[in-house]
Design a protein. Structure first.
Length: 374
């Protein structure tokens, strides 16, 4: 083995991973292939996804290669009985003190999140020479722990698809679409369903919602009637879990008027990028990395992610800031009524920022810069 790494950069991609950012990272790896050097040549700098095996990063560090790490989010769940129950005694008793003594909450919540999930990502960040965050929100969330770590912010991208759709449709057919994620309540799927029901029953606005990737599993915090609405109502349609944005999934996106999401403190929801890649404007909440993705290509309701502190309900609870349904309905109406302009804005977002080739060029610039450091 050579004593030191050679010039240039490489990309480590592990096809066995199934993380939420895996599809994007695979496409990014392919887009960088023309310039990236084979890892067998031991390039000076290597790009890793945060899901890469820790032992692989350690090996790169020992080989004196420079590590650039793509980071998504971290866990910031507030302490709750459900969260605390994940731990065995005596940790369970220690973390329960955070519920009894509010001043101790944030300190204990940090350790609970670290031991439950964050330790893996934190270890990888400590090994990294440079990190790439997917959004400004992700950078802010990590800043309290890694303020001195060199970084860049690069939002995820996708390949823009042909904006070929049927002709104008009736105002009585307002089609919304969303992509399902059963993993945590913060995706707020139940609130999307409630919003559509509310708009139809209390405001007489004939919204319909297509849920892509529905598995039949709902967060424990979802009211029982939500399942009935999803599975038996005439105005909600579901499509089963999918692996690629082709066939029925692509057709549903291309036939919709807007993408709807209430996701809360999500660092960079790739589902939003993929929906916009089908020409869809977005109606949602300006939370997490959603504003970085959407820009002016939709209408986002104002939000302050840290108004109630750093820790919040995320995986184990559902006490989120309320969504004003009247404002959300106004956003849907304005987006759909000015569809030509908003679709043009979506195309500009891809031409300027979100097209995968542009995103790959930004990654390549960072990798070259890190590789050239003395």
């Amino acid at each position: 083995m050579a004593a030191s790494a050679s010039a240039g950069f490489g990309v480590f991609f592990d096809p066995t991973k199934t993380t939420s950012g895996q599809r994007f990272f695979e496409n990014l790896s392919t887009a960088l292939r023309g310039e990236a050097r084979p890892l067998s040549e031991r390039p000076r700098t290597v790009l890793f996804n945060v899901s890469a095996p820790l032992k692989t990063l350690i090996a790169a560090k020992l080989a004196r290669q420079r590590i650039v790490l793509r980071i998504d989010g971290l866990y910031f769940d507030r302490l709750s009985p459900v969260f605390i129950a994940k731990f065995a005694w005596p940790l369970r008793a220690v973390f329960a003190l955070g519920l009894k003594y509010p001043r101790a909450h944030d300190f204990l919540a940090f350790w609970a999140n670290l031991l439950n999930q964050n330790y893996g990502a934190f270890a990888r960040i400590l090994l990294a020479d440079h990190v790439i965050y997917q959004s400004r929100f992700s950078q802010i969330a990590h800043e309290r722990y890694f303020a001195r770590k060199p970084y860049d912010i690069i939002v995820n991208g996708a390949f823009f698809r042909d904006d070929s759709r049927p002709g104008p449709r009736s105002e009585n057919d307002l089609r919304l679409v969303t992509i399902y994620d059963e993993w945590k309540p913060a995706k707020r799927v139940q609130e999307l369903v409630e919003f559509v029901r509310w708009a139809r029953e209390l405001r007489s606005v004939p919204l319909t919602l297509t849920i892509l990737g529905y598995t039949g599993s709902l967060p424990a915090t979802a009211p029982p009637h939500v399942r009935a609405i999803i599975e038996r109502s005439s105005y909600v349609r579901s499509v089963p879990r999918f692996k690629t944005f082709d066939g029925e999934v692509s057709e549903a996106l291309l036939a919709a008027d807007a993408y709807l999401t209430f996701t809360y403190r999500d660092p960079c929801p790739n589902a939003v990028v993929e929906a916009m890649a089908h020409g869809l404007p977005v109606v949602g909440v300006a939370s997490g990395g959603v504003p970085d993705i959407v820009g002016d290509a939709g209408v986002l309701l104002a939000a302050d992610d840290f108004a109630d502190g750093f820790f919040c309900d995320h995986r184990f609870g559902s006490k989120f800031p309320l969504v004003d349904f009247d404002l959300a309905l106004d956003a849907v109406r304005s987006t759909i009524s000015d569809a030509t302009e908003y679709r043009a804005r979506v195309r500009r977002r891809f031409a300027d920022d979100l097209e995968l080739k542009i995103v790959a060029q930004r990654y390549a610039m960072v990798l070259r810069r890190v590789a050239s450091r003395t």
